[in-house]
Design a protein around this ligand. Structure first.
Ligand code: HXC
Length: 519
């Protein structure tokens, strides 16, 4: 072979590799409304930035006649590129090759990019579309998965890890995405489950479709496994880029600050009117979030799951923050098991990646009842408490309205090392609401009043007194648990100034192997 022939051979090999499992299978992928692994990577990364690695890898299996069935790349496309000019590592499972199933060499390819991402300190993005363990490879495939899991675990809290699910992701394979920071599922074309419908039917008798068992809808509304449900792959890929806009490259860096054109001293008079006069009336906390953040941009995580708490990324003066807000519009903003888990995971992610946390509080308390107690609200509520108490990033808390009882302590209170704890004049910070308090404190007197009208009036008078004396921000401010009571319309400016002041904040936890988070 002369020099020219050698170059032609290289070009031919590359072309062959780029065809994955061949045109027929690519067509089938497209017919199902799915893109191929390489198309997905092209759409995800900055134009022309992708450099593929291990394009010539093939499997080493000889069982089931596999020695005669080889595809360059072996079913996964790996490499690196940039997103908004910042380096990322990526792997995309190629369903056109053995259904994207995972072999020993395939796993090694993924591990290689994960290892390099850790050395470089760059995010890892995994695009999943796979029939799971390559059956022909047996235990080598299982070992390959476990090698990836181990790396997911080591990379957790070191570099951002994002998983997109654009096809099947079943069996043990689900545990790699589950170990990552963000899971995005494409609607109708993806599913995740530990055990599929067939086995479910055999073992339990339950008849259920793939979509109802593990579709994007289920995981973004009921299980919370998926942070985002994307209408299609394009939206899913765009979401990956958006999430990374708020995240640092690794845990030793701060999130990127971008120029901000939205005035920092913007006054929002409408906020002075936003809390209803009647404390039992709801309002949408997202209206407040959109009003105070830069350019009304809020990237909400878990939008359809545990809607009584709202979490997501936003910016103040170009500085990324994580926002956690009770949502009075849904279940009165009460804290329950799902809301506690959702917010705790978000707070920990922010803390791991040096993203300051802004908490907006309007919480009547924890949801009462046997379902919650049997479900372990004690342990799940403790997760959120733990997450806030452990977090060392700047923590700014604004109490908008209710902040009662244990939920007050949990929601980034001063004693959990809150840096700036502000309250609106509408805040009610107390052990419990007026109704509950008067029932307990005045119970005997109430029972002694026989006349119904008289009893009602007595209760009303006592409740009014309680509201006046205790359901306000000034009791807490009197003791310094609230640093300042602020006018709602100035909230944006006060948060921005607090974030600037705290930009050099340093706080640590005692040295330890790791905490014993109440899991
Ligand atoms: C090897 C596989 C494969 C697998 C699919 N293929 N899954 N090859 N190992 N796990 C191949 C098929 O033989 C076929 O090859 C091609 O991929 C496309 O598959 P189809 O069945 O034609 O596609 P489709 O009808 O779209 O169905 C997709 C599917 C189905 C639902 C994913 O293929 C399927 O059920 N696969 C098996 C899933 C599974 O049970 N995996 C093991 C789970 S256990 P050709 O040559 O015809 O194109 C597991 C354990 C992980 O994953 C443990 C980690 C700890």
């Amino acid at each position: 072979m002369n020099r020219q022939e050698k170059i032609k051979q290289l070009i031919d090999y590359r072309q062959k590799a780029r065809l994955g499992g061949g045109e027929k299978r690519i067509d089938k992928q497209h017919e199902q409304g799915k893109f191929t692994a390489r198309e997905r990577i092209e759409m995800l990364l900055d134009e022309g930035s992708f450099e593929e690695m291990d394009m010539f890898v093939t499997h080493r299996c000889t069982d089931f006649g596999m020695q005669d069935k080889k595809f360059l790349g072996d079913g996964v496309v790996t490499g690196h590129g940039t997103i908004d000019g910042r380096v990322v590592y990526v792997y995309a499972q190629d369903f056109t090759v053995f259904g994207g199933s995972l072999s020993e060499t395939y796993a090694k390819k993924i591990c290689k990019v994960m290892d390099q991402a850790m050395k470089v300190g760059a995010p890892i993005i995994g695009i999943n579309d796979s029939g799971g363990a390559r059956i022909q490879e047996g235990v080598n495939s299982l070992a390959g998965y476990a090698d990836i899991f181990q790396r997911n675990i080591m990379a957790s809290g070191v570099v951002p890890q994002i998983s997109a699910i654009f096809g099947p992701c079943a069996g043990g394979a689900v545990y790699s995405p589950a170990l990552t920071d963000v899971v995005i599922m494409s609607d109708k074309t993806s599913y995740m489950f530990v055990t599929g419908p067939k086995v479910t039917k055999t073992v339990t008798g339950e008849d259920i479709t793939i979509e109802d068992l593990g579709g994007a809808n289920v995981h973004s509304t009921r299980s919370g496994v998926s942070h985002f449900r994307a209408d299609d792959e394009e939206e899913g890929l765009l979401l990956i880029r958006k999430v990374l806009e708020y995240m640092p490259q690794n845990n030793l860096e701060d999130p990127p600050i971008t120029p901000c054109t939205d005035p920092i001293d913007r006054i929002n008079d409408e906020l002075n009117e936003i809390i209803p006069e009647n404390p039992n009336h709801p309002y949408d906390v997202k209206d407040i979030i959109y009003t105070i953040v830069d350019r009304e941009e809020f990237l909400e995580f878990h939008r359809h799951y545990a809607k009584n708490i709202v979490v997501g990324f936003a910016k103040f003066n170009g500085r990324p923050v994580g926002i956690v807000a009770n949502q009075p519009n849904f279940l009165a903003g009460v804290l329950d098991i799902d809301a506690s888990r959702k917010a705790a995971r978000f707070v920990r992610m922010c803390d791991a990646f040096n993203i300051p946390i802004v908490t907006l509080v309007d919480v009547p308390g924890f949801l009462p009842g046997s379902a919650q107690e049997y479900g372990g609200i004690i342990i799940h509520g403790a997760k959120l408490l733990f997450a806030y108490g452990e977090a060392t990033v700047p923590k700014i808390t604004i109490t908008l309205r209710k902040s009662y009882g244990g939920a007050h302590d949990v929601m980034s209170s001063k004693q959990l090392r809150g840096d700036f704890n502000y309250a609106w004049p509408s805040a009610e910070i107390a052990v419990m609401g007026p109704k509950g308090a008067i029932e307990i404190l005045e119970g005997r007197q109430i029972r002694e009043i026989k006349d119904t009208q008289e009893r009602k009036e007595f209760i009303k008078k006592k409740e009014d007194e309680y509201v006046h004396n205790f359901a306000n921000p000034y009791q807490a401010a009197k003791y310094g648990y609230i640093d300042d009571v602020i006018e709602p319309r100035n909230t944006r400016f006060r948060i921005i100034r607090a974030l600037q002041t705290l930009a050099t904040k340093k706080d640590t936890n005692p040295p330890k192997k790791h905490s014993n988070l109440p899991l």
